[in-house]
Design a protein around this ligand. Structure first.
Ligand code: PLA
Length: 496
């Protein structure tokens, strides 16, 4: 024993342990250790909120599986069985404890709150969804006709190819660039049917992440809130360029140009093709030319989001003029399209991603990679909405009927805009100029109301809108304009 004196107490413990170890059979030791391990599992389980608890239990389960055959012979196996039951019954802890509550979506979450409100005066001006004067959802007559045709033909429900319905892809590129556009004829456009605008943007973001690692996307400040989520989820870095000037309630054109110039060469510049969301402020054609100049100078890649073609002006061609202007310069570009608004196909999830390339050979390769990205994400897109679009765009009679209905929808929004302006300028005696509402275009009006003022609109007046001060005029009727004007005047003047 003298030999171990210099080790002190710890040494004595180790020596006693080793001596004991020689006297006890190996098998019993192994069981003893497993018993201790089990006890630690029970203790880990007793800690409800700890993420490490789940990990520790999982590891122990794995351990048990590995030790499997030893269990039968081991005196601790009963205790272990007991331990497992105790764990399952006594501590009802989810393996998903670490998953925290997500905040409601800033746009779609507004509809959820609206539905929960029981007040008769309530008004949903949150999501950009077209309503009739009776504030009812609207299915276009031309869509019903196309659906009837589809029913008559008895079309099947086979899988579409990964890139979607060929007739849709042709129709959508034609609609965007113009049917006689040489780019389409020369097959320089890679078009892939997407899950509406959002899914098409997401697919493009995945392509950027894979083939332009580290490249930045510049988005307007402000922009549609989901743009940031899309690029974040795709792990594509982004930053903002100046767009809206609250002083003029207009476009900060110089700021926009300066920021696009300052971006690292070869960045992607996200542009709203028309009816900028949320501001309703678009560059003029002259300004688009200058934007194209800077983008070309800096070798950037324009990336258009066209979610409102036909809804801004009522004309499909006029609303595509920004994209066509860039394409005519021979620039390579991305364009995401959506048929949610202009054809009212919100729930059909129909849209496309188009990549305009410098050669048909490049377009073939780009398309192959878009398909490769789509396959593990959602395999192939849904057919119903694609057939509706293809039938309408491909049939001259239905196509012209659609244009008529779109003009009606865009016209109703313009009427509501005018009525709201009249009510605001009639009721507000402060001299504030509300004419910016008339200058904004598309579905939305960016009112300039602050977060607190927007909250007052909801809490006091039951008017549901996004917290950035945006209201969807597509969800407003002429009859409700006066009530809305009262709420805006009150919120603007009485809430700081
Ligand atoms: N891009 C922009 C600029 C949009 O405003 C929207 C829709 C989309 C793309 C995507 O629409 P899609 O996926 O249905 O084709 N913005 C809505 C709805 C109308 C939403 O937020 O999803 C909005 O209220 O802003």
């Amino acid at each position: 024993m003298m030999r171990y004196n210099h080790l002190g107490h710890l040494g004595s413990i180790v020596v006693s342990f080793l001596t004991l170890a020689r006297l006890v059979p190996l098998h019993t030791w192994s069981c003893l250790f497993r018993g201790i391990k089990m006890a630690s599992a029970i203790l880990s389980f007793a800690c409800p909120s700890s993420a490490s608890a789940s990990v520790s239990v999982r590891d122990n389960f794995k351990g048990r599986t590995r030790l499997g055959c030893l269990q039968e012979r081991c005196p601790f196996s009963q205790a272990k069985q007991f331990g497992r039951v105790a764990m399952n019954v006594a501590v009802n802890v989810s393996r998903f404890e670490g998953i925290t509550m997500a905040p409601p979506d800033p746009i779609l979450g507004v509809t959820e709150s609206f539905r929960a409100d029981k007040d008769e005066k309530k008004l949903n001006l949150g999501v950009g969804a077209y309503r009739t004067e009776e504030l009812q959802p609207y299915v276009l007559q031309v869509v019903k006709k196309a659906e009837n045709l589809m029913l008559e033909r008895g079309e099947n429900k086979e899988y579409l190819p990964i890139e979607g319905l060929a007739a849709f892809n042709k129709a959508t590129a034609d609609l965007l660039l113009g049917a006689d556009n040489p780019l389409v004829k020369q097959e320089k456009v890679a078009t892939v049917q997407g899950l509406s605008g959002t899914g098409s943007l997401r697919l493009a973001a995945a392509l950027i992440e894979r083939y332009f690692p580290g490249a930045k996307v510049l988005i307007s400040s402000p922009t549609w809130g989901n743009h940031k989520n899309i690029f974040n989820d795709a792990k594509v870095p982004w930053s903002e360029y100046r767009y809206y000037d609250p002083k003029t309630v207009g476009l900060d054109f110089d700021g926009m140009i300066a920021d696009i110039k300052a971006a690292p060469g070869g960045s992607f510049i996200l542009l709203h093709g028309c009816a900028h969301n949320p501001t309703g402020i678009d560059p003029t054609l002259e300004q688009w030319e200058k934007i194209a100049d800077v983008i070309q100078e800096k070798n950037h890649i324009p990336f258009f989001d066209v979610a409102y073609q036909g809804f801004a002006s009522g004309s499909l061609d006029a609303d595509a003029s920004s994209v066509r202007l860039f394409a005519a310069r021979g620039m390579e570009l991305f364009v995401a399209q959506s048929y949610s608004k202009n054809l009212g196909l919100y729930a059909e999830r129909i849209g496309a991603i188009n990549v305009v390339c410098s050669s048909s050979d490049t377009a073939v390769r780009v398309k192959s990679q878009l398909k490769r990205l789509a396959r593990p994400m959602y395999s192939n897109p849904p057919v119903h909405g694609a057939r509706i679009v293809a039938n309408i765009v491909g049939d001259p009679v239905l196509f012209s009927e659609w244009k008529g209905e779109m003009e009606l929808m865009a016209g109703r929004i313009k009427d509501v805009r005018k009525r709201l302006y009249d009510n605001l300028s009639g009721k507000d005696k402060s001299g504030k100029d509300w004419s910016f509402i008339l200058r904004q275009i598309g579905m939305f009006s960016f009112t300039g109301l602050t977060k607190a003022q927007s909250e007052n609109m909801t809490n006091k007046w039951h008017i549901y809108m996004t917290k950035d001060g945006r209201i969807s005029l597509a969800g407003l009727s002429l009859a409700k304009c006066e009530y809305l004007a009262d709420a805006i005047v009150d919120s603007y003047h009485n809430v700081n």
